[in-house]
Design a binder for this molecule. Sequence first.
Ligand SMILES: [Zn+2]
Length: 336
Amino acid sequence: MTRSFADFIGNDASVTQMRTAYTRGQGTHAYLITGPAQIGKRTLAIAFAGQVVCHGLQTEAPCGACPSCHASGRNGHPDIHLVERRDDKRTILTEQAQEVIHQSSLHPYLSTRKVFIVREASVLENEAANRLLKTIEEPPPDTVIILTTNDADQVLPTIRSRCREVGLRTMPLGTVAKGLIDRGVDGDHADLLARLSGGRPGWAIATSDDPAQLTRRDDHLTLLETILATRRTRRLSLADRLEDSRQVARTRERMAGAFEDWISWWRDALVCHAGCPELITNIDREGALRHAAVRLDITQIIAAITRTREAWAHIDANVNPRLAIEGLLLDLPDLT
Ligand SMILES: [Zn+2]
């Protein structure tokens, strides 16, 4: 989990606030990093944690040379603890909060401080949040807690009021594209990534590092375009492509990813229909989008967005995913 402050595009004020907190002697013991999903909250938390555990804290941290920095660089500093929702759970459990409390009472292993990064503080179980609150109020002097959240309003107000809040915001697409180009991404690809990111540099950097994410999106959009070009009576077999025979949870995750991409495609169809194709996000799909915009009227496009959102909500509410996807497939318009 090596991350550095150099991994950021934009959000200069917030990044500088974290980077200089300790070197200026303005550090505190609890932070809440807020901002939309995949904007870079975890990256900022990990970069900051690397600085807090650096032995050269009083000078130019992270120094990159001390035993702590070496351990951070090897991806596993024993004094940096990442706490997140387990894959099969909807909340961060009380036992996980209890573990934070226990670990914070022990001496650090390698550094002079310990850092706990609690990802998505809004999904803390009530009891977990209440227990953690005590540690946030009166932490051991060598403990720093960093919480992150997509939605600060969903975090317990008592927790929120005891943290220093650091906000990350979406950036202009040009800023994201330029940041990617500075990292060696070629111009057209940087432009596509910036548009798809919706101004979230964290997503853009992660996707440029991991092309599999773009391949998944390509598969999702190709499937949608295939569905629309297939008569309704023949569509049901296409649902197989989103199913994972190994695990229902994976099928849900796969469908949620597909629905997100599909809604983005439909929004672009709406933009095309309004006569503003220069504003579309999925610029590599312009041909199919223009075709849909010509064939469909505005109510059909809006209905497709609403219906896809509904199917997504059903899957989230534990409806059988196969039923949810089949219902949606039959309701999407026919462009044959
Ligand atoms: Zn160091």
